[in-house]
Design a protein around this ligand. Structure first.
Ligand SMILES: [Zn+2]
Length: 296
């Protein structure tokens, strides 16, 4: 405790100062200065190593080639109109009943079956995927991991920004070898969520999806969390639904005043129902469902 106080008061600011000199860069999507120790090459290697482990933890890919292709196509089109189209993007629909979506460094994006079942249109799915693409392009994961690695003290002994090993970073992501088990969920700050919402809207509208889909996703999540018990995981990692709905409505009114024009912005409700919802009903129950697992 005392050590931690000392660390927070003196060592951490000193380290941050050093890091600030060594690891500060300008973000391609937001234009903001950021503290990020993860290079693009490292992002790619970490994402490639961690992605299969995340897929496994979430029940594997949904066993439907048509759903995987659908999600992957929409995801790749969103990534292609983003500021970091050159990453090794991958989009997975994972066979988990939990309601969630998340992204790893290097452009590996995951959406769960639980969340897909709650959605009603392709525009909404594009909103979810666009938001996660936004976390990647804005390099939020690298920034959060940099912060986590400073706070947990991994590499503090070395004290040189950017000298952490792959294992150090994978430990922060919860798939490392030096600390046992458990999924470490990186959580984002309110500003990062708002930023990803805006970026999601930017990318989805470039493809002609109606940005109102993004607002509807927030409402779906808010409703899904209202039924008592534990809320969906997406809200634990993506909080503040009311603030975000308000902010999104403001952005849409301001930047996309013609969003109601059906010639310009599309929803694709039928295509989503046909390709995803009907197909999911034909499949066996999700492979990963924490509600069905016996208590310890
Ligand atoms: Zn988010």
């Amino acid at each position: 405790m005392r050590y931690q106080t000392l660390l927070m008061r003196w060592a951490l600011p000193a380290l941050l100062l050093m890091a600030g000199l060594a690891g500060c860069s300008t973000n391609p999507a937001t234009g903001q200065r950021q503290l990020n120790w993860i290079s693009t090459a490292r992002e790619k290697s970490l994402g490639a190593e961690a992605a299969p482990k995340f897929v496994e933890q979430y029940g594997g890919d949904i066993p439907s080639a048509s759903i995987q292709k659908y999600v992957s196509d929409i995801g790749h089109r969103l990534a292609a109109v983003s500021e970091r189209s050159d990453l090794e993007w991958e989009f997975h629909a994972v066979d988990s009943a939990v309601i969630n979506a998340f992204a790893l460094p290097g452009g590996k994006v995951f959406v769960t079956r639980g969340l897909m079942e709650e959605l009603k249109s392709e525009a909404q799915l594009a909103g979810v995927l666009g938001h996660e693409v936004g976390h990647v392009t804005a390099q939020h994961i690298g920034q959060q991991m940099t912060r986590a690695i400073i706070i947990t003290g991994i590499g503090v002994g070395i004290g040189v920004a950017g000298q952490q090993s792959d294992d150090d970073w994978l430990t922060v992501l919860g798939v490392g070898t030096s600390v046992g088990g458990g999924l470490y969920m990186l959580s984002y700050g309110r500003n990062q969520e708002t930023q990803s919402d805006e970026l999601g809207v930017r990318y989805m509208t470039r493809l002609g999806y109606n940005p109102i889909g993004q607002v509807q996703v927030m409402k779906v999540l808010k409703r899904a969390s209202g039924g008592g018990g534990a809320g969906p995981e997406f809200l634990a990692t993506h909080p503040y639904p009311d603030t975000r709905i308000k902010h999104l409505n403001m952005i849409i009114k301001d930047q996309y005043p013609d969003y109601k024009d059906p010639q310009k912005y599309r929803i694709y409700r039928d295509r989503y129902k046909r390709t995803v919802l009907n197909e999911l009903k034909r499949l066996p129950s999700p492979a990963h469902d924490p509600a069905n697992q016996p208590a310890d």
